[in-house]
Write a protein that binds this ligand. Structure first.
Ligand code: AMP
Ligand code: ZN
Length: 501
């Protein structure tokens, strides 16, 4: 039986706010969309928390047998400083500042983003579409929304007519916003603009010739509204109705609310079945953000060159730190939290190395009680992850498993005490969850590589000594390495393997 049938996934759906059983539209296929970065500056650790959260969703659904198509976009046009479609264009502004062509800005920060994802072991999505690559489709969607009577043109821009939309459909259900409060809140801000109602938002924005990024459209030259690209690219690659849409909590309104309205406005149906929102990474309780000046960039983290850090930390320590909390809770970033995470991560990696080299001698369980516990721990990994991707609880189970592994190693209970098949499953589950589901991997520093190289050299010299029948030398190399905690083990085909205590 497929693992996803044995361990059905539950998701807290932001639409309705309840934990629901996940029923994909066309199992075993799953369509997953998450909002990617706006490539106008370096990503900070807050952004990375969200990308990590959906990396985990992608990894786990794949691990339990779903065939996932994961689409994560790159916003390379149309994102203004005010999310309602007002303000300065972020990429244009950065291009002026750095004296670059807007597409140079886009290229520079897209490359940087990919590099950071690689370092943090965030798997590339199946499709990574860009807003600029889908201008034609965006114009088509605007036309469709106008044709359906939910948008109007004014001075070269096109606005979504929220009041008109609300005559037939609901607006505000995802974010729980009340339309009258929204009207009140945005009236002051948009007093002089060309919208019929302050809550209306731009789906196409006319721009002047000073704007470098601009495209021809039936309404004159302009740029697409920011919310439009996700409506277009999600449905283009995943279908008019698809399974999961994710993003950070701060995108719920207006971005996702508007996206949902656009989909209904164009196609008559909401596209998304399950909305997932990951919570914010905070610093002293405040959202980490570039504009608040409390953000950490990956490189500041590695070097420790930041006023709030006492030293540098590795990418896997940070990944581990993020997974210690459930994606829907806020997570506070601090030096102390990273120190604790580093300790936990190292302990987990040591257990991985130990179990990797552990073999079962064959045979049945000698301790049926322990055998049963081991089986339960295996299932617990799936149960906790299937429960709304609860990485915090899964890590707690994995640490239970670490205790068992250390017991096996120290001889407190031998591997023989559990059955051969359960041991195999235990090993596979533990390593599979650490590496494939949580994406935690060994970090080798330059000095680690050097030590490994020197040991391999000594192994070669020992081999030569044995061929020359110089047993005194070969024994000495083995014994001295042992005294340093390096155990040599005969592998297949005369190879020698080693482990470090
Ligand atoms: P942006 O490039 O600003 O569109 O943001 C990219 C992603 O990072 C979005 O999904 C945001 O919700 C998310 N994000 C921004 N700040 C934080 C934060 N402090 N914690 C978690 N996610 C964040
Ligand atoms: Zn989006």
């Amino acid at each position: 039986m497929e693992l996803y049938k044995k361990y059905p996934v539950k998701i807290t759906n932001s639409l309705g706010g309840k934990k629901e059983e996940f029923k994909p539209i066309k199992p075993p296929f799953v369509g997953l969309y998450s909002c990617g970065p706006t490539v106008y500056n370096e990503v900070h650790l807050g952004n990375l928390r969200t990308f990590t959260a959906f990396d985990i969703v992608y990894r786990y659904l794949t691990f339990i047998g779903y065939k996932v198509r994961y689409v994560r976009n790159i916003t390379d046009a149309g994102h203004l400083t005010n999310d309602a479609g007002q303000g300065v264009d972020r990429i244009e502004e950065r291009a002026k500042l750095e004296q670059l062509e807007p597409m140079e800005v886009v290229q520079k920060y897209t490359v940087g983003f990919h590099e950071v994802c690689r370092i943090f072991n965030i798997i590339p999505p199946s499709i990574e579409p860009t807003a600029t690559g889908h201008i034609v489709e965006q114009i088509e969607m605007v036309k469709q929304i106008i044709a359906n009577g939910f948008a109007y043109e004014k001075n070269g821009s096109v606005y979504f007519d929220v009041r008109k939309f609300m005559e037939k459909h609901e607006y505000g259900v995802l974010s729980g916003r009340n339309i009258d409060e929204l009207m009140e809140g945005s009236r002051e801000l948009n007093r002089q603009d060309e919208k019929k109602n302050p809550v209306d938002f731009a789906i196409w924005k006319g721009v002047s010739e000073n704007h470098i990024q601009r495209w021809p459209s039936p309404w004159g030259e302009g740029i697409p509204g920011w919310h439009l690209e996700c409506s277009v690219m999600g449905t283009k690659y995943l279908g008019k109705e698809f399974d999961i849409h994710g993003g950070g909590m701060d995108l719920k309104f207006p971005h996702h609310e508007c996206e949902m309205a656009q989909n209904i406005g164009a196609y008559g149906t909401p596209a998304v079945k399950y909305w997932m929102h990951s919570n914010m990474l905070t610093v002293n309780g405040q959202k980490m953000s570039k504009s608040l000046g409390n953000s950490f960039l990956p490189r500041e983290l590695f070097t420790g060159n930041h006023p709030l850090l006492e030293r540098g930390f590795t990418p896997m320590t940070v990944r581990f730190f993020m997974l210690q909390s459930h994606y829907a809770s806020t997570l506070d970033f601090s030096n102390e939290a990273l120190v604790a995470a580093e300790k936990g991560f190292k302990k987990l990696m040591q257990a991985c190395a130990t179990i990797k080299n552990m073999e079962h001698p064959g045979g049945k369980a000698e301790n049926p009680e322990l055998d049963k516990t081991i089986l339960e721990l295996n299932s617990e990994c799936f149960i906790t992850m299937s429960d709304d991707f609860n990485t915090a609880k899964t890590l707690a189970v994995l640490f239970e498993m670490v205790n068992r592994i250390n017991d096996f190693k120290s001889g407190n209970s031998s591997v023989k005490s559990i059955s051969e098949s359960n041991f195999k499953e235990f090993k596979e589950t533990f390593l599979g969850f650490v590496k494939d589901v949580l994406g935690l991997q060994e970090e080798t520093s330059q000095s680690d590589n050097l030590v490994k190289g020197v040991i391999e050299l000594l192994i070669e010299l020992r081999k030569k000594a044995r061929t020359d029948k110089n047993f005194a030398l070969s024994d000495r190399i083995r014994d001295d390495l042992k005294a340093l905690g390096v155990q040599l083990k005969d592998g297949k085909d005369g190879d020698i393997d080693f482990t470090i205590d």
